[in-house]
Design a protein around this ligand. Structure first.
Ligand SMILES: *Cc1c(COP(=O)(O)O)cnc(C)c1O
Length: 233
């Protein structure tokens, strides 16, 4: 998988241009539509963090992937819209849910994690671009949701997540990422219990990775760049 290497080089270049240490950037492989065999090959290349945005698909492929690589210590994050009735199954399979955009979901996740005697990591998803098709809490409500999430007993808030604006105008994409950076600073500096180390910023996909790194992303979520174009969306 030479694409995995190319991605690493692309991130290193973008970090150099932004005066950042590439060691401060984690790569999450967005694996939607990929077969367990294909994902296992990526683990062989050194990937250790995968992201699944469909509960159905996560539940379907997780056992096969673990059977293929039983000793590889990889982590799975959930990064898509999560229906309430899938919360238990998803909490069984992931260490982190990045798509927490409402208190009701956070409360269910905390309860499910408590039932399993685990602490679940979470990100608050923010709709920084304001596009009506996008999930996420509005920037105006993000700090309040972060406060509520951080107070739940079985969740650990790691930071904020967003999907960049679907725009050909770089200024518009940049503005959304800059909003995220400011929100992140506000959360970390808020003095709210459980937020002082919630400094992660999950943003940047194949189309806007460099821009996200310029604006402080600590985790980029890449699908197309790693696996090539998906045949089905
Ligand atoms: C698919 C997906 C990605 C990766 O998208 P690419 O454009 O293929 O890099 C990132 N984040 C989320 C939430 C996704 O669903």
């Amino acid at each position: 998988m030479e694409r995995w290497e190319t991605v690493g080089e692309r991130i290193a270049r973008a970090c150099a241009a932004a005066g950042r240490d590439p060691g401060g950037v984690e790569i999450l492989a967005a694996v939607k539509t990929q077969s367990p065999e294909h994902i296992a090959e990526l683990l062989d290349c050194g990937a250790r963090l995968i992201g699944q945005n469909r509960a159905q698909e996560l539940i379907a492929i997780d056992p096969a992937l673990r059977a293929l690589r039983p000793t590889v210590p990889f982590a799975t994050h959930f990064i898509g819209y999560l229906q309430s009735n899938k919360v238990g199954r998803v909490v069984d399979l992931v260490s982190c849910v990045q798509s927490v955009d409402r208190l009701g979901l956070a409360t269910r996740l905390s309860r499910a994690a408590a039932d399993r005697s685990k602490v679940l990591e979470v990100f608050v998803q923010v709709n920084a671009s304001g596009e009506s098709t996008k999930a996420g809490v509005s920037p105006d409500d993000a700090l309040e949701l972060a406060r509520e999430v951080a107070a739940l007993p079985s969740l650990r808030l790691r930071g904020l997540m967003t999907i960049g604006a679907n725009s050909l105008d770089p200024a518009e994409v940049a503005a959304g990422f800059e909003t995220m950076r400011e929100l992140s600073r506000a959360v970390v500096g808020s003095g709210i219990p459980g937020t002082s180390d919630a400094n992660e910023l999950s943003m940047g996909m194949s189309r806007d990775l460099e821009m996200a790194l310029t604006h402080g992303a600590t985790m980029v979520r890449l699908g197309t760049d790693i696996f090539g174009p998906r045949s089905t969306a």
